[in-house]
Design a protein around this ligand. Sequence first.
Ligand code: UTP
Length: 228
Amino acid sequence: MRATLCFGGSIVVPTAPDVGCITEIAEALRELRRRGHEVLVVVGGGATSRAYIEAAKKFKTPDAFCDTIGIDVTRLNARLIIAALGELAEQNPATTFDAAIRAMLRGKIPVMGGTVPGHTTDAVAAMLANSSKSELLIFFSDVDGVYTADPKLDPNAKKIERMSARDLVRMTASIKMRPGIKVIVDPVGAKIIEQARIKTLVLGRSEIKRLPQIIEGGSHSGTTILPG
Ligand code: UTP
């Protein structure tokens, strides 16, 4: 199986880098490789990117510049995953999809942060899954699935077990992009998932340990997004 995996900054760097979480990610990725799976990895910016973006906004910095600061931080976080993976990883964060795919074909695990302003690493992961022809795209986040409303704000929010990519697009269409935005899947990513018909899972941090079983078809506690 070829899969693109996106680890949200919210779990990798919730306040400071979470070494326990990064270790679990590296162990799961090593196990996937032992089992013969091909993986491509994307890492988000987390609290560090938001802190830097908020600081930059104090100087009336244009959005695209704030986004660029966010991208730098995602690449910094990607380096932590690379450090945890050691020689198994391509040693620099990939900055293009081509470079990531070439590294994967050489037997390395490519780790990417962001690419260009205007979207989040959700969209980067969807684009990478599409260009690498991944059979599965998985988002790991601090929210363990897609909910009917923000579960941190609405106690009546319910987790959705299965949904169509079209519903995800409908749900995210009204979200306005801005630097440091916090969403489960950004609208650009949702659109790519729909158009490229990529099977997608949204999972919580607690499922990282079970990643090898989940990729091989095992059950999970998150949301499955199906084409159509
Ligand atoms: P993310 O929003 O992807 O980080 O990038 P995150 O912390 O993982 O988000 P969650 O936790 O999954 O919700 C941080 C910021 O970097 C900029 C955007 O401003 C984004 O909000 N960015 C990131 C880009 O402009 N382009 C990219 O390709 C990636």
